[in-house]
Design a protein around this ligand. Structure first.
Ligand code: UTP
Length: 297
């Protein structure tokens, strides 16, 4: 049997959406952070589309209190569709239909308390089962020539194992991210030798940060099940992955594109400018607005 035929395909993606979104209060007091819009789509739809482009067939939301709006967003909305049809608003109708999740492909589980990203992923254990899966953080958007998960999938289908999308970040910002140690290997795809969650700049093994896209093997659940707390008193995905390094292959991928942390106010504003400027309909007008405000300063 060739090595390639033993690589199990990645069919499922987990979207942790049970966090409190405290950095964006009061906007996120009632409305889920993942419903914040970038251009004309909520964050969760952007990442759903990225996963769909990568060939994902099953979409698993780890949801929590006050987050029902997220599943509603992907439902069939008969009254809205009828109204748009009657008014001949075909372009809007197309957009609404495109935001529908195919029947039988959305799966929900709950995280009763927001104990951390690792805990949220563990909550999806039964739905993922014994197969590789992707994780997409919905508050991180990635703009590039091709979806980030698709780029990761292309590598995964050759090599298998675990893959983390990484981006070079300023040294003073390492304490916001999980940082990978590639032993100084700066190749586009490098073997990961270690992982540290939110290290201080002086303790960071590199400036390559995991920005919220992962392809993981199911063994990570065994380590998440220990419910050990790490940085910030939260159950961290990074810590569980770190325990598997040496036992399984872990690779970083420096993807083509740029990430936006839309869970922070500045990242959200920057993403709206970046996505707005590239919009076929309003792009030029957005550029004019940006120029206008930049010259007023
Ligand atoms: P973040 O740490 O960015 O989200 O988690 P947060 O905790 O909601 O935000 P702040 O820091 O308080 O502003 C990244 C993703 O993981 C989910 C979040 O909903 C977000 O989409 N998450 C985080 C969970 O589902 N459960 C958790 O316990 C923590």
């Amino acid at each position: 049997m060739s090595e390639q035929s033993t690589i199990k395909p990645v069919r499922k993606a987990v979207f942790p959406v049970a966090g409190l979104g405290t950095r964006f209060l009061p906007a996120t007091k009632v409305m889920p952070k993942e419903m914040l819009p970038i251009n004309d789509k909520p964050l969760i739809q952007h990442v759903f589309e990225e996963a769909r482009e990568a060939g994902i067939e099953e979409f698993i939301f780890v949801t929590g209190r006050y987050k029902e709006m997220l599943e509603e967003h992907f439902d069939f909305q008969p009254e809205l569709e009828q109204t748009l049809e009657a008014r001949g608003k075909d372009d809007m109708l197309k957009k609404v239909r495109d935001s529908e999740m195919p029947a039988g492909s959305l799966f929900l589980t709950r995280q009763p308390r927001p104990l951390g990203l690792g805990h949220a992923i563990w909550c999806a254990k039964k739905l993922v089962g014994d197969e590789p899966f992707a994780v997409l953080l919905p508050d991180v958007l990635i703009q590039g020539p091709q979806g980030c998960l698709k780029q990761m999938m292309d590598i995964y289908n050759e090599t298998g194992g675990n893959i983390l999308a990484v981006e070079d970040v300023p040294l003073q910002e390492t304490s916001k991210y999980g940082i990978v140690d590639t032993g100084g290997d700066t190749s586009k795809s490098a073997a990961i030798k270690g992982l540290v969650e939110k290290p201080k700049p002086e303790e960071a093994p590199s400036t390559m940060a995991a920005v919220g896209r992962y392809i993981l093997q199911p063994e990570v659940f065994e380590h998440l099940a220990a419910f050990e707390t790490g940085a910030g008193g939260e159950i961290q995905l990074t810590d569980a992955m770190a325990k598997l390094i040496g036992k399984q292959s872990f690779q970083s991928l420096t993807f083509e594109g740029k990430s936006y942390d839309c869970g922070s106010r500045l990242g959200f504003i920057e993403a709206n400018i970046a996505f707005g400027m590239r919009d076929a309909g309003i792009g030029n007008a957005v550029k004019e607005i940006v120029k206008k405000y930049a010259t007023e300063l």
